[in-house]
Design a protein around this ligand. Structure first.
Ligand code: NAP
Length: 338
């Protein structure tokens, strides 16, 4: 039987690992890119059987191309969504494509008669807006959109997941919808066009982080996130499901310590000094990155992935391995000079 799946955003970091795993498991993959000029480069990187991978041009901000991309697909994994390294001038630069693009992909999936739609949401839709202290999050939680200081990215992922769930409840018919909600995705990078999540490790390695703010994040490996998508695409009874994909919450200084311990001289520019909260708050007055970090200072967000383990038999690599594999690939690709 022809197993045919649409993976949106084929030029992306997670999508690359997902497409490779799907092709290895016998799927034919349709994928979207904004511009077909990217096709040749993505094909070269993925190095899968060309006849099992088909490219379609589709932008989250426009209707063109989505119907063609989804045609013939029984399954859809929707990963395309803007994930910038910086902070945009206006939140709508992220919110509109994230929300409207998810709805475009959903409408195309339903029109194509797809049975299963897996959306890559984020812990950004679950674990933000709580402030200082130690917090424990499960799939029952939602980011508090009315709290001040949420970044445009956090808002975009929360609004997009809510809009998608509302659409499915009202118009999804037989389409089984679920989300994967990863924390910060690390692991081997295979291209100089890497995801914004990897920038944290790059900045520690190249010394542009001079001291570590009292801030952290859950860590999960890109290979494990891809694997969880495949499980969610293929397991029975996924309608309405939501799966946190996260390992341990680590403060930035702990990540720096892993780099120092694992890389020796190659980590000589990695700092393990702390920067006091008050200094980050002052910097936040004029620096947009510090402004994004400041509301999360002192907040420990433990994101519990036991649901994915119990329901989907998901297993994860140690966080240390993901951190070091990220760093080694950045060094090997020459993105960071040793
Ligand atoms: P990525 O490498 O930046 O990939 C994002 C993809 O979205 C790229 O293929 C990009 O295409 C596409 N895209 C962005 N804006 C678009 C638009 N207007 N129209 C069409 N495509 C557009 O990021 P990633 O880490 O693989 O992330 C994939 C998904 O996982 C996203 O939904 C992200 O929010 C989610 N996620 C990521 C992390 C993480 O830490 N990386 C954590 C949680 C959730 P171009 O190549 O053309 O820019």
């Amino acid at each position: 039987m022809d197993k045919r799946v649409l993976v949106t955003g084929g030029s992306g970091y997670i999508a690359g690992f997902l497409i490779r795993q799907l092709v290895a498991e016998g799927w034919t993959v349709h994928t979207t890119v904004r511009d077909l000029a990217k096709e040749a480069g993505v094909r070269r990187l993925l190095a899968v059987d060309d006849s099992r991978l088909h490219f379609f041009a589709a932008d989250l901000n426009a209707d063109a191309g989505w119907a063609e991309a989804a045609a013939g697909c029984s399954h859809v994994a929707h990963l395309a969504s803007p994930l910038p390294a910086g902070v945009p001038k206006h939140p709508d630069e992220l919110i509109v494509p994230a929300r409207d693009g998810a709805l475009r992909a959903l409408r195309a999936a339903r029109a194509a008669g797809a049975r299963r739609f897996v959306m890559t949401s984020s812990v950004a839709a679950i674990a933000y807006g709580r402030g200082r202290g130690v917090h424990h999050f499960t799939e029952a939680d939602w980011t508090l959109l009315d709290k001040p200081g949420l970044t445009p990215y956090v808002r975009s992922k929360t609004i997009a997941e809510r809009a998608a769930r509302d659409w499915v409840a009202a118009e999804g018919a037989e389409l089984e919808f679920c989300t994967i909600n990863p924390s910060v995705v690390l692991g081997p990078v295979w291209s100089v066009d890497y995801s914004a999540s990897v920038v944290i490790v790059r900045k520690l390695l190249d010394g542009s982080v001079r001291a570590c703010p009292n801030f952290g994040f859950g860590i999960v490996d890109v290979r494990d996130v891809a694997d969880l998508h495949v499980r969610a695409l293929t397991a029975p009874h996924m309608a309405g499901e939501r799966f946190i994909a996260s390992g341990r919450f680590m403060r930035m200084r702990e990540v720096a310590e892993v780099l120092r311990a694992g890389l020796g001289a190659q980590a000589r520019r990695v700092t393990t000094r702390d920067v006091p909260d008050w200094l980050v708050r002052i910097a936040a007055r004029f620096n947009p990155v510090a402004r994004a970090v400041a509301p999360e200072l002192g907040s420990v967000r433990n994101q519990d992935a036991s649901h994915a383990r119990a329901v989907l038999g998901w297993a994860t690599r140690p966080e240390e391995q993901s951190i070091l594999d990220t760093a080694r690939s950045l060094l090997a690709l020459g993105i960071v000079q040793p």
